[in-house]
Design a protein around this ligand. Structure first.
Ligand SMILES: CC(C)(COP(=O)(O)OP(=O)(O)OC[C@H]1O[C@@H](n2cnc3c(N)ncnc32)[C@H](O)[C@@H]1OP(=O)(O)O)[C@@H](O)C(=O)NCCC(=O)NCCS
Length: 152
């Protein structure tokens, strides 16, 4: 049986983080572009390897609260490379993130899901409960070009 390994990437794992960017986002980056991310203990970048090859990854952010409750975990993104889908990598990544949540005493974990079969199926299969009437999402423009400019 082919072995699956789940690894949380931290400082020293820059090459693995760059591989994720290239294989999943299609963006070639250098180690200096991920080192700050990897150093932050509130950032969670987990990768799944099947037979030693990158199969899937997730990114989650631990968010601090201002109401006295412990941090919450925002699952931002999860992706399994097409050729590795339905082999348990997505489930294994979420299981590991839930373990981290318990270890750190996180008050809740949440994700804004796409409405695809895969996403809905995965979250339901890993214990996620659908929040009825939950908010829709708005996004604002890309601010990179406007850096330093004054708002009209
Ligand atoms: C969603 C996604 C991450 C699932 O990853 P995966 O590694 O294939 O998931 P797993 O093999 O661990 O599946 C675990 C369970 O989730 C459910 N599931 C996964 N994919 C499913 C699909 N396409 N349809 C229905 N249920 C699905 C099943 O219950 C599955 O258990 P089973 O295979 O024993 O039936 C993957 O399909 C993907 O990368 N999709 C594109 C990106 C995406 O949509 N990300 C989520 C954005 S919110």
């Amino acid at each position: 049986m082919v072995k699956m390994m789940i690894k949380r990437l931290t400082t020293g794992d820059e090459a693995r983080a760059c591989e994720i960017s290239e294989k999943i986002y299609g963006r070639k980056i250098g180690p200096e572009q991920v080192s700050e991310f990897l150093t932050n203990p509130l950032n969670h970048l987990l990768a799944a390897y099947i037979g030693g090859e990158l199969a899937a990854f997730l990114v989650a952010y631990e968010l601090q609260r201002n109401d006295g409750l412990p941090n919450m975990m925002y699952l931002h993104r999860i992706d399994t490379l097409e050729q590795y889908r339905r082999r348990g990598a997505g489930r294994a990544l979420i299981t590991e993130l839930k373990r981290i949540c318990r270890e750190r005493g996180v008050c809740k974990m949440w994700v804004l899901s796409e409405t695809t079969e895969g996403a809905l199926g995965l979250y339901a299969a890993t214990g996620g409960r659908l929040c009825e009437g939950a908010a829709v999402m708005f996004e604002y423009e890309d601010f990179r070009e406007m850096k330093g400019s004054i708002e009209e």
